[in-house]
Design a protein around this ligand. Structure first.
Ligand code: SAH
Ligand code: SF4
Ligand code: F3S
Length: 447
């Protein structure tokens, strides 16, 4: 590669889950600290970080088309950008990216991105650099202070996965489960709150597997961490995602009954309603144990909004097994959910299993599942009409005077009135749509 000028502007594009978004924010923090500034909207950046996701094929393909588009646009403008590929594809296919795409200067995995600045220095001198090491904790210690102000913030508390569901790449791209230390997290949460965060979402691939030792040195789980963070006065709301059914325990369920700042929302993926499929997926829970857990949760927090993830067309899934998924959906009544067609991923056991399901069958199942989930989501939103609840104002709406925020149940609500971003206000929900609710501002500014 030819040496090039140091980049003055950057753009970070994140394609994946919330942890991937968090990583993208932290890479941006590092670039800010270097004096590189975000490229203005609509302008090509000198440095583009593609923060990739490997979870399904569709997401993975995007990176190559993006690299192609960037090089073409760069050539046209007479100035090709520096391209860094980060995230889970970088981890899984770093070498392949380097050999397939000569335009890429830097490949950096999700556990090594604290070294991005040094790698960029090399790239500027014309040297390509790859780093896919996995020194998980080192990364967090090496990251700079967070500087941006947002009313809502992500805080990664746990990373990695030891579950090895047979369809999933995460254990390979993110490595083994690790928990960040209690004191570091409390400290980061305080700083986020000082910078305007009113809501923090604790993140982890298996966030409820987080464990640590509290200030007194006693061992504690995610519930202990949540109780500590709830003491931060500026912080009004706490959420966490994603949990695994097998990592649930009584203390965390109790936390939902006892900690007001913990929002009444739980995202708990189930993937399938068929025990045979769950077993083949290596989920190590059954449909029934999952349903019982949700019952406990509803007993602790009756208004809790439930959300889940589903995969249709896992190898060998029969029509009857798919019907079991629909039956589970009917039984739960989800407030929100995410559903996907099974995507065979390189290196995972399911990719070579017998009985791969034809695409048309998957399409049809996904349509039926999504129709049921959409129906339930609308029903949940409609049942909220008439309630007055707190909404955290996150941004301006499309029309002048309009504001958008989230209800405690993570519904988007929009309304008009004299408020500011970061206010927690009382809103009466007056009309429900499939994806949002219209509200009327009550006078009170709660916080
Ligand atoms: N750790 C979380 C979720 C990680 S990935 C958990 O276990 O709950 C997010 C979602 O992507 C999964 O819940 C699953 O529904 C979906 N997913 C993962 N691998 C997939 C694959 N190979 N094909 C289709 N969907 C997949
Ligand atoms: Fe993937 Fe399963 Fe781990 Fe979730 S629990 S990240 S689906 S292997
Ligand atoms: Fe994708 Fe990696 Fe997240 S594969 S879903 S970005 S952990």
């Amino acid at each position: 590669m030819k040496p090039t000028n140091s980049p003055k502007t950057y753009r970070v594009k994140s394609f994946g889950c919330q942890m991937n978004v968090y990583d993208g924010e932290r890479m941006a923090d590092m670039l800010d600290k270097r004096g590189i500034v975000p490229a203005p909207e609509g302008e090509e950046a000198d440095l583009v970080v593609l923060n990739t996701c490997h979870i399904r094929e569709k997401a993975a393909e995007k990176v190559y088309s993006d690299i192609g588009r960037l090089t073409k646009a760069g050539r046209k403008a007479g100035k090709e950008p520096l391209i860094a590929v980060a995230g889970c594809i970088a981890q899984a296919e770093g070498e392949e990216i380097m050999s397939r795409s000569p335009a890429v200067s830097v490949v950096v995995g999700p556990q090594a991105y604290h070294r991005l600045p040094e790698m960029l220095d090399k790239a500027v001198q014309g040297e390509r650099a790859t780093d896919t090491d996995m020194p998980a904790i080192a990364k967090f210690a090496a990251l700079p202070e967070r500087t941006k102000r947002f009313p809502t913030a992500f805080l990664t508390v746990q990373e990695g996965c030891d579950k090895f569901c047979t369809y999933c790449v995460v254990p390979y791209t993110r490595g083994a489960e690790i928990s960040r230390p209690f004191a570091d997290l409390v400290d980061e949460a305080h700083r986020l709150a000082e910078r305007g965060a009113r809501e923090i979402t604790l993140l982890g691939q298996n966030v409820n597997a987080w464990s640590g030792a509290d200030a007194k040195g006693d061992s504690c789980g995610l519930d202990g961490l949540i109780r500590e963070l709830a003491k931060i006065p500026e912080l009004q709301r706490i959420r966490y995602t994603t949990s695994h059914p097998n990592d649930f325990y009584k203390g965390l369920v109790r936390c939902h009954a006892e900690v007001d700042k913990l929002m009444p929302y739980l995202h708990l993926p189930v993937q399938s309603g068929s025990d045979r499929v769950l077993k083949a997926m290596n989920r190590s829970h059954t449909a029934d144990s999952y349903l019982r857990l949700l019952e406990e949760m509803r007993a602790a927090r009756p208004d809790i909004a439930l959300s889940g993830d589903f995969i249709v067309g896992f190898p060998g899934e029969t029509d009857a097994e798919f019907e079991e998924t629909l039956a589970l959906v009917d039984e739960v009544g989800y407030a929100q959910a995410f559903s996907f067609k099974y995507s065979p991923r390189p290196g995972t056991p399911a990719a070579t299993m017998d009985g791969q399901v034809p695409k048309e069958v998957m399409d049809e199942r996904l349509q039926r599942l999504q129709a049921a989930l959409n129906r339930d989501q609308l029903a949940f939103n409609e049942a909220s009409v008439g309630k007055t609840c707190e909404v955290l104002v996150e941004r301006k709406g499309k029309l002048a005077g309009q504001w958008l925020g989230k209800t405690p149940w993570l519904q988007s609500a929009w309304f008009e009135g004299e408020v500011a971003i970061g206010d927690l206000v009382e809103v009466e929900l007056v009309e429900a749509g499939p994806n949002s609710l219209a509200g009327k501002l009550r006078e009170t500014v709660v916080a």
